[in-house]
Design a protein around this ligand. Structure first.
Ligand code: ASP
Length: 326
């Protein structure tokens, strides 16, 4: 018997065709996408829904919380896996959010496309078929949310959009992909351990600011940050987690009022915790009360903070959550 899959289409380039006002815009739903991929019928019995048709910069955390709820309900009704179709611009964030929110072993696979549905060499159909094959595969269980594009299979916590245009845009710079879909079969070369998941119940993810530190900044954004209503902040420092020495006391004061997480603006690699001792260094900032993001990018550190705080966690809970990614 074929496995049952839930496929949710949220929009993105994979659904885009030329619009009346020029340029491509989200137009297709899941049913139209399937029509381009008859082989999907051999992979699984598919329940398809198209709750949104938007470009992914317009997705919200609440949208993805709702998606997680639909996936939970489907898994309770014996669906074997889920595929989420969306734009690539925010795909790594959606993937990590679902990684944090959907408990259990069943695969949640996100995919999209770098080329519009009617572009020559459109990559959407191949990506959708590969994603469905991964979602239906017993070997894909217990790996958390996965991202499948260009035949590569990535873990949600490592994957990053790394090019604006190429079908090979998705990379996991820290580790490489977990595997690939080859000859129609998902093959896993390495496995990752699941990290804790979180139940939001009726609560919403908390608003958490993400601020990148550029050279020569005069700290005016950091000075304003405490008064903007955020419940937490993530600072993308330079290198292994460093800021201008004038920013350090400001961040220390902010960390007395909300959890402040120290990530890096560098493409990949963990923030340090015990190497540099100058004012504005990672040791200085951690002593002032910041929390190290570990291996998570700023984008993903923001989501973890947001979910833990939304679920009712305090500063200690945020610190404990990040310890799992050290
Ligand atoms: N701007 C598009 C989106 O994220 C890009 C894509 O889908 O690849 O919706």
């Amino acid at each position: 018997m074929k496995p049952r899959l839930l496929v949710l289409s949220l929009g993105g380039t994979i659904t885009m065709v030329p619009g009346a006002a020029g340029g491509i815009t989200p137009g297709l739903g899941a049913a139209e996408l399937f029509a381009a991929v008859p082989a999907l019928a051999e992979v699984a019995e598919i329940e398809a829904v198209s709750p949104l048709r938007v470009a992914s910069p317009s997705l919200t955390l609440a949208d993805l919380v709702a998606v997680a709820g639909r996936i939970d309900a489907a898994f309770a009704a014996d669906v074997a896996g889920a595929v989420v179709i969306q734009g690539t611009d925010t795909l790594e964030e959606s993937a990590f959010l679902l990684d944090l929110l959907v408990a259990g072993d069943r695969p949640v696979v996100l995919t999209g496309a770098m080329r519009g549905a009617d572009a020559p060499g459109a990559d959407g159909p191949a990506n959708l078929l590969a994603a469905a094959r991964v979602a239906a595969a017993p070997a894909a269980r217990a790996l958390g949310a996965l991202v499948v594009l260009n035949s590569d299979i990535h873990a949600a916590r490592f994957v990053q959009k790394s090019h604006t245009a190429l079908p090979s845009a998705f990379l996991s710079p820290l580790t490489g992909p977990l595997g690939a879909v080859i000859e129609g079969e998902p093959r896993f070369y390495v496995r990752v351990e699941r990290r804790p998941t979180y139940a939001l119940g009726d609560a919403e993810p908390a608003p958490v600011a993400l601020v990148r530190c550029p050279m020569g900044d005069d700290t005016r954004l950091l000075q304003a940050l405490g008064g903007l209503g955020y419940r937490g902040a993530v600072i993308e420092g330079m290198g292994a987690g460093h800021v201008h020495h004038d920013a350090a006391p400001l961040l220390g004061e902010l960390a007395q009022t909300m959890p402040v997480v120290l990530a890096s603006r560098v493409m990949t690699g963990p923030v340090f915790t015990r190497t540099y001792g100058y004012p504005g260094s990672e040791m200085d900032l951690l002593q002032r009360g910041l929390i190290a993001a570990g291996q998570l990018s700023g984008l993903k550190a923001r989501l973890l903070s947001s979910v833990v705080l939304g679920a009712g966690g305090d500063r200690a809970a945020v610190a404990a959550a990040f310890a799992a990614y050290a």
